[in-house]
Design a protein around this ligand. Structure first.
Ligand SMILES: Nc1nc2c(ncn2[C@@H]2O[C@H](COP(=O)(O)OP(=O)(O)OP(=O)(O)O)[C@@H](O)[C@H]2O)c(=O)[nH]1
Ligand SMILES: [Mg+2]
Length: 336
């Protein structure tokens, strides 16, 4: 039977008929589906393939309301097309920059805010938080109260940004509810909208995340997904690098320094990842069978590898990047 009851963890409709399909539970009396049960209790993550079409229709319906929207963004994985979500919906919007704890403490909040302000995307306000460290959550709630236009406030953003984690934190801090949304390091954890009444004045609506089809998380196994997702403050690794040297990360990324003066590369990626430097690129062909992209880097740019993090480069240069053909990489102006 399919019920009208939604899973309290991921929002999918519960059903007890087909174990292979979304929303399966052994009994419709349960509040969560089997997939959420396994993720919550055993940390057994199960990938679900989602298309962005459903997501875009959810965004459109959010856009038809006049409600306040929280646009949650992962500071380590700021998407290339941050303006897509902003422009898709005309609502009042707070940009919530999450996972501050994963960046080095020395990174100044004002600088981050200024960086995003310069995009000119007309947010009501830009707020830096860390859900994990409960940092700035009180302030965020105050500003939600200030800007909200009705009881309802939506959480939107890319998958894995921490939307469900943030709502769980708000439930825990400010309501007497025990409901807990499912969170996981894998993309597409939340499958449908979930409505949670925090109190008489505030109802939060969680949404599934926009999928980054170019994220590295889509092409590595779940053990590596955990390694790539930083849970601790990143200790940036800096390499003084010159022509004909290479940097290799695990077995999925190779960067050859093809041309330029002596330069400095700082890696903002999870501390758990193995990094190797080759002092002579031409000696080793490791990973050169991966797809190659050549970049002409300008002064003061970052190389972003979608889902992994970024590399801050100081001077202009030419680099060759070898990575799975399905993983996006791009240059942007230095974020920090
Ligand atoms: N370091 C760090 N990790 C965080 C923080 N907030 C969330 N995470 C992690 O980010 C991952 C994704 O969190 P979710 O809450 O499932 O993200 P989501 O945006 O709901 O993702 P979808 O439901 O897939 O769209 C989990 O591994 C969280 O533990 C934070 O403040 N700091
Ligand atoms: Mg979620």
């Amino acid at each position: 039977m399919t019920s009208e009851k939604k899973c309290q963890g991921c929002g999918v409709l519960l059903q007890d008929e087909n174990i292979l399909q979304e929303g399966y539970t052994t009994s419709l009396e349960n509040d969560i589906c089997q997939r959420c049960f396994r993720m919550k209790n055993y940390g057994e993550y199960q990938m679900v393939a989602k298309s962005n079409e459903e997501y875009l229709s959810i965004l459109k319906s959010v856009g038809r309301t006049k409600d306040l929207v929280l646009y949650i963004t992962d500071l380590l994985n700021v998407d290339k097309d941050i303006e897509v979500v902003r422009k898709a919906i005309p609502n009042k919007m707070i940009l919530v920059l999450n996972k501050k704890d994963a960046l080095p403490k020395s990174v100044k909040e004002e600088k981050l805010i200024a960086y995003f302000e310069e995009m000119g995307l007309n947010f009501e306000e830009i707020i830096v938080v860390s859900v994990n460290k409960n940092y700035n959550i009180d302030y965020l709630l105050k500003r939600i109260k200030y800007y909200q236009t009705s009881k309802n406030v939506y959480a939107v953003g890319h998958t894995n940004a921490g939307k469900s984690s943030l709502i769980n934190k708000l439930i825990k801090n400010y309501s007497d509810k025990t409901q807990e949304l499912t969170m996981s390091p894998l993309p597409s954890t939340t499958l449908n909208t979930i409505t949670i009444e925090i109190n008489d004045y505030l109802t939060l609506i969680d949404t599934p995340g926009l999928i980054d089809s170019g994220s590295i998380l889509n092409v590595v196994d779940s053990r590596m997904v955990k390694k790539i997702s930083p849970v601790k403050e990143i200790k940036p690794k800096t390499y003084q690098i010159k022509k004909n040297q290479s940097i290799i990360i695990e077995d999925f990324l190779r960067i050859d320094y093809v041309d330029g003066e002596r330069n400095s590369f700082t890696l903002y990626i999870s501390n758990d990842l193995k990094v190797k430097r080759l002092l002579n690129s031409s000696n080793k062909d490791d990973l050169k069978d991966l797809s190659k992209k050549t970049y002409l880097v300008k002064y003061g740019e970052d190389l972003v590898i979608s889902g992994l993090g970024f590399i801050k480069m100081v001077d202009k240069c030419e680099i060759d990047v070898y990575i799975d053909q399905n993983v996006d990489s791009f240059l942007r102006r230095n974020m920090i």
